[in-house]
Structure formats: C-alpha cells, structure tokens
Design a protein around this ligand. Structure first.
Ligand code: PMP
Length: 934
C-alpha cells in the first residue's frame, strides 16, 4: 500500500475502533482499506487490486452489474414492508424453490443466515416438542443468542447449552484407519449423543450441520456418514437442518445445494447472504407440512425479509448463476484446480492435503513434526495479502487455508492464485531455512509496526501506469544496521517490465509527449515541493535502507534531489534549438533550424548508494525534456524510490509517465534493457553491468548514459592547506561509508607532507563514530549488505597481503550489522589492487609522489576517470593539473562539489555520456534539423 493510503487506512481503523470497537473482527490486521469491488477483485484505497479468493458472499462477483441494475431499478420503483402484497417476493420465492427437490416447496425469507438458523431451530422444536440439538463441532452457524449456545470452538462466552451435543466429524484424510472403522466409530458416537440427550430429558429436535464442513476445515467424512447420521436423527424423531450459508448455489461443483452431495433429504435448508450477492437476504426452505404446522401455531413474519429490493437482488443472482452456467464451470474449474493444487501439495512437506471440491478448497498445513501447521498457514495468508490475493484459514487448529472465491472465478484467476501461492510457499521455505518463522510467525508488516523502528510505511508494490500493483514474487529488504528484515518488496518479472514499458510508451505517445514545457516545469516543481515536504521521511528511509547516518541524506541526498527537480523545471520551457545559416540549396535560399525532441521511453537503472538523488538525476532531465521513464531501483535499496513514486503519484504526474518497478537485476533489469520499446538507458552502477548494458543497447541502437564509478585521486601538492586537505580527504573516504562513485580513495601526497597527512588521516579515521545510523553522533553507518561487506573486507585482506601499511581500521567494529572500521593504508604501491580497483567502501590508499609530473602519472594510471581533487594554493598549477587529469570532474580545494547545474559523468571505464545541467538536456533529447527551401 502507498504511504498515504496506509495512513488513511490507519486513521479509518482508529475511527472504526472509536465507534464500533475492537470486538467486531476484521479479516486482516494490516489496515487493508477496500474502496470498491468488481468481479473477483477488490480495490484498495491505494488503487491496488486484490484478487478475492476468499469471499463467497458476492456469489456472482463483487458489485455484479446485473445485480446492481436489478436493485437500482427496483429501488427506484418500490421498496416496502413485507406485509404489502408485491410481486418481487413471490417471483423470487418461485425461482428459489425451483432449485430444490420438489418436496422442499415452501420458503420463509429472512435477512441473514443467523436468522434463518434460528427460525429453523424454532420450527424443529415446535415440530418435535423436544429441545435437544446436535451440531457439528467447530462449525459456525451464526451469532444470535440461541445459536451462540450451539457453537463450539469459537470465542463465544455462552457455554454450550445443556441441550446441545457437538459431534466431531470423522475425517478420512487425517485418520489412517480403515474407512469402515472410522464410520462405525463416528456413528456410534452420534448414537451415544442422541441417547445422552434423551437421558437428560431434552429429546432430539434437530441436527444442524454445514454439508461441506467448511468451518471445521473442509473435512472428508467416510462415505455413508452423513446418510447414517441423518437416519439416526430421523429415527430419534428429530429434524435435519442443512445450513447452506457457505455451501449452496453450485459451489460444490457436483450439485446445486451442498446437502445433495450426500444424497440426503433434509427437512429444512437454511441460507444466507450469497443469495442476495451480499445484500441482506436469507431463508429457510422447507416442506408444506412443516410450514403449516409452524405457521398455524406461531405468528411468524419478518418485516423486511424478502422486501422488493432484496428479492430483486436474489432473482438477479439466480439468473446470473444459470445464464453463466456457474455450477458447471465451478465443477470444471474445480477439477482442474484440484489437480494443480494436489500437485503443488505433493511437492511440499508442509502441505498435507488438499481438501474440498468445486470452488471450495482447503490446503492443510502441517508442521515439521506432523502437527497442525497453524503458524505456516497464518504466514501464508498474510504473505498472500502482500501478493495481492485474499485467502483465509479455518479449522479448529486454524491450519487449513481456505480458498472460496466468488463463483465467477476463471482459469486466469486460478492461475494467478496458484502462481502466487507457489511463490509464497517457496518463500516460506526460504524464511524457514533462514531460521524459521519469527515470533508471531506472521509475514512481516511494513517496518514501523514494531516499537523503536522508524515508521516507514512505504509502498512495496510496482508502480505501473499510475497505479500500484502486486506481483508474483517479492524480495527481502534488510536493515544493514542489524541484518533484520525491513520489508518485502514486489519483484517485477518480465511481464511486469513489459507492462511498465508499454505504459511509458502509451504515455509518451499521448498527452505527455505533447505537453508544453511550462506544464512539464509545473510537474517537476510539484515533485520538488513534495520532496521538500517529506524531506525528513525520505532521509530516514535512506538511512534505514542503506545504513548511512541519517544526517547525511538530510544534508545532501534529499536537498540535492529537490534541487535537481527544480533545476530541470527551470530548463523545461527553455529547450531551444538554433537557426543555422547556410549557402542555400541549388541556388535557392534556405531557412534551417534545429529543434530538440524527447528520445522516448527512458529506462533509469538506479544504484543503491544514493538512490533518491541519482533517481532525481535521471528522472528530472528525462521528464523536463518530455520523455517517459521506467525506473528500476536497486534491490538492495528500493525504499526511497518507492516513496518517490508515491510523490510522483501525489504530484499528479499523468499515468505511465513515471513507472517504478523494483526487481532483481538479472530479471527485471535485464528485461528492461532488452525491451524493444526502450529508447534510452541511463544506468549508474558497475562497469561489468555497464558493459553488458552497452552490448545489449548496441544491438538496437538504444541511447545510453553510463556512469560506472571510479577510483578518484586526491592530489595533495606541496603548498596545500593540509588541514583543509585532510578534512576533505576524510570526507572523500568515509562519507556514505565510502559507498560513493566519486570517493577519493587514491590519496596522492607530496613526499614533503606525506607523514603528516598519513598521521592526520589515521586520526580522522579513528575519530569517525561508527554505529547506529539514527544516532546523531554517528558519522559512519553500515555497509549496505553482507555480500558487500565481505567484498570490502576481501580488499582489506588483499591490501595487507600486498604489503601496504595499515594505519587505521582494517576490521569490523561489532558483530551485528554490516559495519566496518574506517580504514587507511599507507605506502600503497602504485600497482597494488587497492590503488586501482574500486572498493566502494571506506578504505583509503595513500601513495607518496615526488613531483607534479609523477602525481599526474599516478593520477591517470587507472582505468577509471570519474573525478579528481587537487589540493593546492597555486592557481596556475591548479588549472594546469585540472587539464592534465583524465576525469569527468576536477575539484580544486574541495571534494564532491556537485550541483544539478554541473555536468556529471566520467571518461574511460567510468562511463559514457553526461547527466545534469544542459548536458542532461542534451542527453535526453535528439536533435532534429529542419530545412525549408525558400
Ligand atoms: N451459517 C454459516 C455456515 C455461516 O458461515 C454463517 C456466516 N457466514 C452463518 C450461518 C451466519 O450468517 P449471517 O452472518 O448472515 O447471520
């Protein structure tokens, strides 16, 4: 969910709690806030569509248009008390009874399933003169006073009534004994219960049961059990009530009503809200004899049950069920589902059995000892919510996943369900392999739910075509400061990437491609405004996700991102061409001019070190020039870019202009780069990946901007201000844990200052405060991941092996989190590994030089060429050296003096092309020349 909708949902939840209280439970703890529904989909307040695979109440689909039409038409015409004569109720009763065996020929209408059961029990009492009731254990039949006394296993305070006996339903799936033994034992238990009711003077008035045993966990009794039970009850003079609130209307696939599955003849059938597709409508279907007997002795009517509007809803449901052949479709889809789910269960030791039939399934979870896997079921239900699929769990041990979608479920929905379920079960296995389910065993909520952690509440889906959506898989986002799981983010797969690119293409071909520069400027300013508004939150997200001290993004990344949007807002209406005089065309004068046009769809692939800032560097110029963008954040640090996508949405950027698709490089990144509809790729990252991108891009002549890091020198000349130089060098080494492409990691020092600088740098390293990114004292946080930490540590080992002198750090400060000490090596050989390769960590290599020529030689003997710093007071020398250093940027007497107005990019392996400033405009446009022969 997006942040704004998380807050909205939480606020609504608080309002609900204030007026409804906490005891009217909801399906999900997470504040899912649904605002609309259609077919098998529910839409959250954030625009995410959830597949409803749980809710049988909207039998013919959420807000089914035929039902809505029937209700609207009837509501506009007439809705009255049921004591008026009107046709709809009669017509409905006729239609409903036509679905039953002919002996069930009368109906009492009610508003709900509970009311229906209550009435059915009264009818049974009146008929039998007895009070005893048999119910099935752990089934739910409603919550009126009388029904509460019948309900076992639910948090209902009323004790089971003295007149009630609960029967445990035998289950041949869980019971390994021969079926006839199970059957005999269960029927004996039923006979004993009847005997006990009689002995206590209650007699037997009724058996109340749900034919699909759904709340008990979709149990499978032995053949003949239900028939035997019915015979026993009838033999004892009692009536049989089949509670069809969950099982009727074709759901079982094989029969229209659930009791027909068992070939029995109940005396009463009770029904609830699916009858009206969720509108208040229920009923008790019975025989003429029972109706006469009850009706003649009791005043029974219900003031509004079967009112014209409910009846109209009921008729539309029956018409839809018949015309769309929902029962036979449920049977067919059910068979297929059963095959697929059986296969899925067979491959997983955590799933013992698939239960149910038709469009009503359960997946029974076991734990490793074969006991009930309630924690696993709970985890999967919550994880599936994150994947955009609603299912639930049932059974006395809450270990059965309940899948009971609206009857309009199609193959494609089943495929999606199975896909997501497979992914969820895969992930469950991984989570367990990593150390089992955590306390509470729930899938993690967005971070911030637990006390002490910053409240991030950021969207974790894919932002495509202006909407948030889930996908088939997720990846974990870990907190580098302690290795804990922060949240899970949806991983885009190839088809998601395709959707995103197509949406960007549509947006480009549509209004955005034609939008005036001033309109684009306004959009960019709005994004900048929102970044400034949310500066604190964005800085915290960066700190949380990357492990950097929160003060650093607050000082640099976030203000720079806002400034970048503002800078390019300024350009958006000033992208001009030029008029070029020529000597004409075949003697005729000409008028030639150039225009700069957007390139099209830009793929922006963002690194994890300063994601928000670099996303702004790519997005702002692309948007200013009228391109549309698909942004792929790094899997190690997607959170601030997801937050940026929320701001893009809030800023009213037209759908498809900016799409954000978190995912894995090898899958989503690769698919994006390959995509034929992508016109330009802007990538910041490693040379290896840059090379691959360049190769793929060359195939289809995609434009590329590649920024691939560096091994930047800091040259301290003999006349330098040493104090300022040391300060700047320390910043260049340790800022952002050294995870900076422009990090000044090759410290070249004139021999006259060498010892002094080495000592001062060691002091600066030891003076860094390494620790909690949220502690204001901290100057250096954790590295982004365990993998990266290992890589950086391997460079430290290598430097030691190669004979460099360690003067500070070199180890890890503490066990938890991916921390490393700020590290300085002196006497590093010019050809040592740490003098040449990019480490991307807080590791400096100090190298002495004797004269300026040598300094330049060392500075240039690297394959990289991103930036360089020169520390000198000699203006002339500064300019001369600035010329001679091969780099995209040279700073004199300062490190990383970056600004959105200044071009950014490298030479040699550091990359191709420039971003920012006017160069950013050039990099995002194609130049066209128009010549008019006058
Ligand atoms: N019986 C069964 C089997 C039910 O599932 C339910 C509730 N879904 C009821 C009765 C009670 O119906 P209602 O909530 O309409 O009162």
């Amino acid at each position: 969910m997006s942040t704004s909708s998380v807050w909205e949902a939480r606020a609504l939840r608080a309002r609900r709690a204030a007026v409804i209280g906490p005891y009217s439970p909801m399906f999900y703890d997470e504040p899912l806030h649904v605002v609309s529904g259609h077919d098998v989909w529910l839409t959250g307040s954030d625009g995410v569509e959830y597949l409803d695979a749980y809710n049988n109440v909207p039998h013919v689909g959420h807000c089914n248009p035929e039902v809505v039409r029937a209700i609207s038409e009837q509501a506009a015409k007439l809705n009255v008390h049921t004591r008026y004569l009107h046709e709809p109720v009669v017509e409905y009763a006729e239609m409903l009874l036509a679905t039953f065996a002919p002996y069930l020929d009368k109906v009492f209408l009610t508003n709900s399933g509970s009311e229906a059961n209550e009435l059915a029990l009264r009818i049974a009492r009146q008929h039998t003169g007895a009070t005893g009731v048999l119910v099935t254990d752990f089934s739910y039949h409603g919550n009126t006073t009388a029904l509460a006394e019948l309900t076992t296993g639910l948090p209902v305070k009323e004790p089971l009534g003295q007149h009630v006996r609960a029967l445990r339903i035998p289950d041949v799936v869980a019971d390994s004994r021969p079926e006839h033994v199970v059957l005999a034992e269960a029927l004996e238990a039923a006979a004993a219960a009847i005997a006990s009711l009689r002995a206590a003077g209650h007699g037997v008035s009724a058996l109340l049961f749900d034919p699909l045993f759904s709340t008990e966990g979709l149990l499978q009794p032995p053949a003949g059990y239900v028939e035997g039970l019915v015979a026993l009850v009838h033999g004892a003079g009692g009536l049989v009530i089949a509670d069809e609130v969950q099982s009727g209307l074709g759901r079982s696939g094989s029969h229209f009503w659930g009791h027909e599955v068992h070939g029995i003849r109940p005396d009463l059938v009770t029904m609830g809200k699916p009858l009206g597709n969720g509108h208040p409508l229920g009923g008790v279907v019975t025989t003429t004899a029972l109706l006469e007997e009850f009706g003649s002795a009791n005043l029974y009517f219900n003031t509004f049950a079967g009112n014209p509007v409910s009846a109209a809803a009921g008729m539309a449901v029956l018409r839809e069920t018949a015309s769309r052949e929902l029962q036979s479709r449920a049977a067919e889809l059910g068979r297929h589902a059963r095959e697929v789910l059986d296969k899925l269960a067979a491959e997983r030791p955590s799933v013992r059995a698939v239960r149910g039939s038709g469009l009503f399934f359960g997946l029974e979870f076991v734990d490793d000892d074969g006991g009930a896997g309630a924690a696993r079921a709970k985890w999967v239900v919550e994880d599936m919510l994150r994947r955009g699929v609603l299912i639930s769990k049932i059974g006395p041990r809450e270990n059965v996943l309940k899948i009971r979608p609206p009857m309009v479920f199609e193959h494609e929905h089943l495929d999606l369900l199975v896909d997501r379920l497979t992914a969820s079960l895969d992930e469950l296995e991984q989570v367990e392999a990593r150390g089992g389910l955590r306390s509470g065993s729930a899938a993690p909520d967005v971070a911030g739910a637990s006390a002490g952690t910053p409240d991030i509440g950021v969207s974790t889906g894919l932002f495509i075509d202006g909407r948030w959506r889930s996908g088939s898989r997720t990846f974990d986002v870990l907190n580098p400061a302690d290795g804990s799981l922060l949240t899970r983010v949806t991983a885009a797969d190839e088809s998601d990437v395709d959707d995103a690119v197509r949406s960007a293409r549509r947006a480009f071909d549509g209004e955005w491609g034609q939008a005036a520069g001033t309109a684009r400027a306004a959009v960019l300013h709005r994004i900048a405004d929102l970044i400034e508004r949310d500066a604190d939150r964005l800085a915290r997200l960066e700190a949380l996700d990357i492990g950097k001290p929160v003060g650093q993004p607050a000082m640099l990344d976030v203000p720079n991102a806002a400034a970048t949007f503002r800078h390019f807002a300024g350009w958006a209406d000033k992208i001009t061409g030029s008029a070029i005089p020529t000597d004409g065309y075949f003697g005729r004068p000409t008028h030639s001019y150039t225009v700069r046009e957007p390139i099209g769809v830009v793929a922006a692939i963002i690194p994890w070190n300063t994601p928000l800032m670099i996303a702004a560097w790519k997005l702002a110029p692309a948007l200013a020039t009228g391109n549309t963008v698909v942004v792929k954040p790094a899997e190690d640090a997607p959170l601030s870019i997801l937050a940026l996508a929320e701001l893009v949405q809030e800023a009213g950027v037209p759908a498809g202009v900016v799409n954000v698709i978190p995912g894995l490089g090898e899958e989503a990144g690769a698919a994006l780069v390959r995509h034929p509809e992508v016109d330009k790729i802007s990538f910041t990252g490693s040379p290896e990946v840059g090379r691959q991108i360049g190769r793929v891009a060359a195939e289809s002549f995609k434009r590329v901007t590649l920024e691939l890091g560096g091994k930047s020198p800091q040259i301290v000349l003999a006349d330098a201000d040493v104090e300022a130089a040391v300060q700047g060098i320390a910043l260049g080494l340790f800022f952002n844990q050294g995870e900076v492409c422009a990090a000044g990691t090759r410290v070249l020092v004139h021999r006259s200052l060498y010892d002094q600088v080495v000592e001062a740098l060691a002091g600066a390293a030891n003076g860094q405060v390494v620790g909690d990114p949220f502690d204001p004292q901290t100057t250096m946080g954790a590295l982004v991941s365990q993998e990266h930490l290992d890589r950086v540590l391997s460079y430290v080992d290598r430097a030691k092996d190669e004979g460099a002198r360690l003067v500070a750090g070199g180890g890890r400060p503490r066990g938890e989190g991916y921390f490393i000490q700020p590290t300085v090596f002196a006497d590093v050989a010019r050809d040592a590994t740490i003098a040449r390769e990019e480490i991307f960590g807080p590791v400096g290599a100090v190298i002495p030089f004797d004269d300026v020529e040598e300094a330049i030689e060392i500075a240039n003997e690297t394959e990289y060429g991103l930036a360089a710093t020169i520390w000198t007071r000699d203006v002339s020398l500064a300019h001369t050296l600035a010329h001679e250093v091969r780099a995209g940027a040279v700073w004199v007497n300062g490190w990383a003096a970056i600004n959105p107005a200044l071009p950014w990019g490298g030479v040699k392996t550091s990359g191709v092309g420039r971003e920012l400033g006017w160069s950013g405009i050039l990099a995002n446009t194609e130049e066209k020349v128009v010549t008019i022969v006058l």
